[in-house]
Design a protein around this ligand. Structure first.
Ligand code: FES
Length: 128
């Protein structure tokens, strides 16, 4: 069973969209299920000013990435990079065991976007 938070974030995902001139983009897919998540970040004064995402994924991947955007927004780049899959699962009040892996996609896409930002490769993660 999904928690109310998961259902809410799936039905009303926060921060969906794209940033054409993003400071970093990360795209991560799961070859086993075919789902993928793309995260765009805008950074100002070392903080994530904007974090938005596009998804083609299962309900758990959408809900986990939605809440991840809320967790990451306003954090410093280092703090956002340190957000773990379990931070995301906890923020949603838990996930069924078989769906825990779905939280990996958003977290990995955010880390990739931050890595590209740090390397000055703004658009590198668009095609990943
Ligand atoms: Fe693919 Fe959830 S089943 S990310």
């Amino acid at each position: 069973m999904y928690t109310q938070q998961v259902i809410d974030h799936f039905n009303n995902p926060r921060n969906v969209g794209a940033i054409p001139d993003a400071d970093g983009i990360g795209t991560i897919g799961d070859p086993d299920c075919g789902d993928f998540i793309r995260i765009y970040i805008r950074v100002k004064n070392d903080r994530l000013e904007e974090v938005v995402f596009e998804a083609c994924g299962c309900p758990a991947s959408i809900a986990t990435t939605s809440i991840l955007t809320e967790l990451a927004q306003g954090k410093t780049v280092d703090q956002a990079f340190a957000i773990t899959e379990m931070d995301i699962v906890r923020a949603l009040g838990g996930l069924p065991d078989p769906k825990i892996h779905c939280s990996n996609l958003g977290a990995a896409a955010l880390r990739q976007a931050i890595l590209y930002y740090r390397q000055g490769k703004k658009n590198e993660g668009r095609e990943a």
